[in-house]
Write a protein that binds this ligand. Structure first.
Ligand code: CP
Length: 312
C-alpha cells in the first residue's frame, strides 16, 4: 500500500503498479465525499502545505479538501503575502517550510523542475507536483484516467484526441505519458505552431486537422489556449482558431457516438469549445473535478504510507 517513490513529481516516474494503486485507492476514497459527514481520521495529525506560485481554482482547492476529508491539517501558503515577494528564493522558502515539519508540500510553480528542486531541499517532507511550468501535471492526468475508466471501463485500445495548445500544456504532456503507458492510441492535434515535435517521441500521433484527429475518437480532451504563456502570436485570431480547432456540434459528428468530452479547465467558452457542448450530454468536465478530490486523497494517503490498518 505504498508508491515506489517518495514523492509524486511526474507521470514519467510512476510504475504501472503505482498507477493501478492510485486509481484503485481513489475509487475506494470516493465514497467518503458522498457521506453526510465527509471526514475520516486516516491522516489525523498530518499536515499538508499548498505552495502555489500560480493561480488555481480546481487543483488547490481539491488538495485542501482532500487533506481535510482525510483529517489532515491543510495550510494554504499565500505567495503574494509571503517573503517570496521580498525576494526569498524557492530553496529558502522550501527550507523554511520544511523546518516546520509538514508531511507533504503540494507545489505549483511556473518553472519546470521546481518540484524536483524543492524535493531535494525538503527531505524528509514528501513533494507533490501540482503543475510545473510546461512540464507535468500528474494528478490531473490521473484524475482524467479515472474519469475515462468510469465511462469506458478500459484505457487500452481507446482512441484519445487531445486538442488545442499542446506546446504550453503540462496537462497534455502528463496525459500522453499516462495514457500511452496504459495502452491508449493518443493523437495530439492543434495548429502546427502549437505542437512541439517531441510529442511523437512520447508515443503520440500528431495531426494538424480536427477531422483526422476526431475520426473514431472515444475520448476528446480539449485544452485551453494559454494566452498568458504565449510570448508570440501563434494563430491569427480567436475566430479562426475556433473555426479550425474549436469543438462544436458539426465537428463532434466525426467522433464515435459514444465519445466523451473532457477539459481540465479553466474553459475559454467559444474559443476552444462551444459552451453548449461543455455543458452537454457528452461532457464529463465536472466529473473530472469530482474525481480530482478522490485522486488527491489517494495520493496524500499513499505517499504518507500510513498503513493498511487505517484504510477507509
Ligand atoms: N486543471 C487545473 O489545473 O485547474 P486549476 O488551474 O484551476 O488548478
Amino acid at each position: 500500500m505504498a508508491l515506489s517513490g517518495k514523492h509524486l513529481l511526474g507521470i514519467e516516474e510512476l510504475t504501472l503498479g503505482d498507477i493501478d494503486l492510485i486509481l484503485k485507492t481513489s475509487r475506494s476514497f470516493r465514497e467518503i465525499s458522498t457521506r453526510p459527514i465527509k471526514k475520516v481520521p486516516t491522516l489525523r495529525g498530518k499536515s499538508i502545505i499548498n505552495l502555489f506560485f500560480e493561480p488555481s481554482t480546481r487543483t488547490r482547492s481539491s488538495f485542501e479538501i482532500a487533506a481535510k476529508r482525510l483529517g489532515a491539517d491543510a495550510i494554504n501558503f499565500s505567495v503574494s503575502t509571503s517573503s517570496v515577494s521580498k525576494g526569498e528564493t524557492l530553496i529558502d522558502t522550501g527550507k523554511n517550510l520544511k523546518s516546520m515539519n509538514p508531511d507533504i508540500i503540494a507545489i505549483r510553480h511556473p518553472c519546470a523542475g521546481a518540484p524536483q528542486l524543492l524535493a531535494r531541499y525538503c527531505e524528509p517532507t514528501c513533494v507533490v507536483n501540482a503543475g510545473d511550468g510546461l512540464h507535468e501535471h500528474p494528478t490531473q492526468a490521473l484524475l482524467d484516467a479515472l474519469t475515462i475508466l468510469d465511462h469506458k471501463k478500459r484505457i487500452e485500445g481507446l482512441n484519445v484526441a487531445i486538442i488545442g495548445d499542446i506546446t504550453h500544456s503540462r496537462v497534455a504532456r502528463s496525459n500522453v505519458l499516462l495514457l500511452t503507458k496504459l495502452g491508449a492510441n493518443v493523437t495530439v492535434c492543434g495548429p502546427p505552431t502549437l505542437i512541439p515535435l517531441e510529442f511523437e517521441r512520447y508515443g503520440a500521433r500528431v495531426s494538424f486537422h480536427m477531422e483526422e484527429a476526431l475520426r473514431g475518437a472515444d475520448v476528446i480532451m480539449m485544452l485551453r489556449t494559454q494566452r498568458e504563456r504565449q510570448r508570440e502570436v501563434f494563430f491569427p485570431s480567436v475566430k479562426e482558431y475556433f473555426t479550425l480547432y474549436g469543438l462544436d456540434a458539426r465537428k463532434m459528428k466525426w467522433a464515435r457516438r459514444s465519445a466523451i468530452i473532457m477539459h481540465p479547465g479553466p474553459i475559454n467558452r467559444g474559443v476552444e469549445i462551444d459552451p453548449k457542448l461543455a455543458e452537454g450530454e457528452y461532457s464529463v468536465i465536472f466529473e473530472q473535478v469530482t474525481n480530482g478530490v478522490a485522486v488527491r486523497m489517494a495520493v496524500l494517503y499513499l505517499l504518507l504510507g500510513v498503513g493498511e490498518e487505517t484504510a477507509p
